[in-house]
Design a protein around this ligand. Structure first.
Ligand SMILES: [Zn+2]
Length: 146
């Protein structure tokens, strides 16, 4: 699902929240880096490289609110940092993560309806989301470990 900035802003306002500078900046970054999995530190760098300043605590609070509102998904792909991405409904996402450097090598999206049409029909269960995390070594870490 491709969302526009207005749609994301509307979701925040419709849920009864004000569109603060931090909320606006973070949703804006998600659209600019569409399909990326970003950490709170990534946001901190991206926002504070521009002229405005937002503290890391505000970024954490905003990311957690946007997750509660169902706009973002929180991912724990490795043991170090939580990552956030725009919520994708109806797809199975398979993340390939290097267990040495933590880099995300790729994300494969598979439509859920194709995989689970039987589950939907038989159990009358509507699957919302599903993730698979594949851990291994990326090309550069693989060379170092040899
Ligand atoms: Zn690596």
């Amino acid at each position: 699902m491709k969302l526009s900035l207005n749609e994301l802003e509307e979701q925040i306002v419709d849920a009864g929240y004000k569109l603060t500078f931090a909320r606006k900046s973070i949703t804006d970054i998600f659209l600019r880096y569409n399909d990326s999995q970003l950490t709170a530190e990534d946001f901190y760098k991206l926002i504070n490289d521009s002229h405005e300043k937002i503290g890391i605590a505000t970024i954490y609070r905003t990311l957690s609110l946007l997750t509660e509102l169902g706009i973002l998904s929180k991912l724990n792909l490795d043991d170090t940092h939580s990552r956030y991405e725009l919520k994708n409904e109806g797809v199975l996402k398979c993340y390939m993560v290097c267990k040495s450097c933590g880099q995300i090598i790729g994300v494969q999206k598979i439509p859920l309806y194709a995989l689970f049409s039987d589950v939907n029909d038989y159990f009358e269960f509507e699957i919302d989301s599903m993730n698979i995390i594949v851990k291994g070594l990326c090309a550069s870490c693989h060379i170092i470990s040899k």
